[in-house]
Design a protein around this ligand. Sequence first.
Ligand SMILES: [Zn+2]
Length: 304
Amino acid sequence: MEAQRRQLWFKTARAASVFLLASMCFAILVPIRAQAGPFLRAGSTGESVAIVQEILSGLGYYTGRVDGIFGPLTDKAVRAFQSASGLVPDGIVGPLTWAALERVGEVSRGKTGPLRGRLIVLDAGHGGSEPGAISPWGDKEKDFTLGIALKTRRFLEEMGATVVLTRYGDYPPGSDWGYPVDDLLARASIANSNGADIFVSIHINAYPQDPGVSGVMGFYRRGSSESYALASKIAWAVNASSGLKMIDVQQGPYYVLNRTYMPAALIEVGFMTNRNDVLSLRLGSFQDKVAQGIAAGIVAYFGR
Ligand SMILES: [Zn+2]
């Protein structure tokens, strides 16, 4: 018994040191990708900046190219927008400026396409101090979910939908409400108070027991055939667009599914514990494929 336990301890210690070594190597070899921070400002780059530029250009504040680079023109446009909206014109896009951009941005979107007139709430899992699952190589689930949500939003808008995100950066939903609120409650409330047609929550799975496990899973609200249809259409479409193996569609006992009033799905896209999945998820091109799949699944759901 004692010998067995010691052996087990030894195995665990050995595994831990191998893991530690492996993560150290990765930390040195793989530069951590720049992620969308909670605040955008001069010098920021990426998808979130492009969205700000797109909204500001629709409103006439921004006259430059939508290139995802927060340069002097973007800075000027942000300050002008902030002044006009009664915000501090500091050129920094934090939760309050995001909220204001969202409110007015909606007016300029959703003109034509198969999703015209649909209001979709996308929920990027986790955020802020809650990273979600962390890969053995240090990648955080919250960064992948946000990247995919931002990309999905653009595909959906191109097809005419109005899209609201529960968060636009690395902060917990509800952190801009001015009083303490549970982030899960905030996610569901954003969908409910906007009267969303559907709610889609994006996550990456983790299964440390077997790093070989990879694939996509859909979860739906118990007893809702609409939620089942939504989760199933999205999971199959992501399988088709990304090549991720289809695992299955299950009933999920999740707060965001049970506390939303509209058809809701939670999708787990790949595994933080699978090396191939993580390597793929780091690529913008792969996140694009996943996002395209989610958007295609949503179109298929409404087109039934
Ligand atoms: Zn998650």
